[in-house]
Design a protein around this ligand. Structure first.
Ligand SMILES: [Zn+2]
Length: 238
């Protein structure tokens, strides 16, 4: 009798554990290629409805490095899920199944990005202002000498200005993160830039000209890569 009772208790315990932790199996808690955690905290954060995000918003940090970007966000009660440093290293701030406040007032395809989307941020000052002597000023007015400056449009309003451009390591890390999201069932059309979803339109500039392509191009690129990955040699879907 004692053995039977023990066995029942054990099964019930695992049932409870599995039920409680179920959402963690639907979407991973930690990004597999994460290099480190920054202000990692999930204690007071709600889990996404259905246990996983249905989209992703691309941001830039408007700061010079990942740690500074994370610290200023936490101080403001905000957060990102993942931050991609200039060298392509990925840092994580929150479990990928938890909500963070990152988009302010925003909407994308009928959804609230804060309630439904992962936040992925590239370390970048964003748009810059030319300053004498090959230097640039950030939006804060501080002088910086960024690694790579690109004169590009903001991809939305056609304003050409200098940007603290994403490095190739950053764009490839970003694409890897987003491909991983698609592997886990995310719809590529649910991936957007903060500049695309912020309300009212024009309120936010990120990622804008930090990326070498528009967000629409990025969505197409992700879809094309995916098509290539899932097609056999004869072009048939496998
Ligand atoms: Zn943003």
């Amino acid at each position: 009798m004692v053995l039977k009772r023990r066995s029942f208790t054990g099964r019930y315990y695992f049932y409870k554990l599995f039920k409680k932790e179920y959402h963690r199996y639907m979407f991973p808690k930690v990004f597999p290629h994460v290099k480190g955690l920054l202000h990692f905290d999930e204690s007071a954060k709600e889990t996404f409805a259905g246990g996983k995000p249905i989209g992703a918003v691309v941001h830039y940090t408007a700061d010079g490095d990942a740690a500074a970007g994370a610290a200023s966000l936490v101080a403001a009660g905000l957060g990102y899920h993942l931050i991609v440093a200039k060298d392509g290293s990925v840092y994580q701030m929150t479990s990928l199944d938890r909500k963070v406040w990152h988009a302010g007032k925003a909407a994308w395809r009928g959804h609230s990005p804060n309630q439904t989307c992962l936040a992925v941020a590239l370390v970048s000052w964003g748009f810059l202002r030319p300053s004498p002597g090959d230097a640039y000023r950030t939006y804060l007015g501080t002088l910086v000498v960024p690694g790579a400056v690109a004169w590009r449009t903001d991809n939305r309003f056609g304003i050409v200005q200098p940007w603290d451009a994403a490095t190739p390591a950053q764009t490839s890390a970003l694409e890897n993160i987003l491909q991983r999201c698609l592997d886990l069932g995310m719809d590529p059309d649910m991936i957007c830039g903060h500049d695309e979803c912020a309300l009212p339109p024009g309120r936010k500039m990120d990622p804008g000209g930090v990326l070498p392509y528009t967000m629409a191009d990025l969505r197409k690129r992700l879809k094309d890569d995916r098509q290539g990955n899932t097609q056999g040699k004869d072009g048939s879907s496998v």
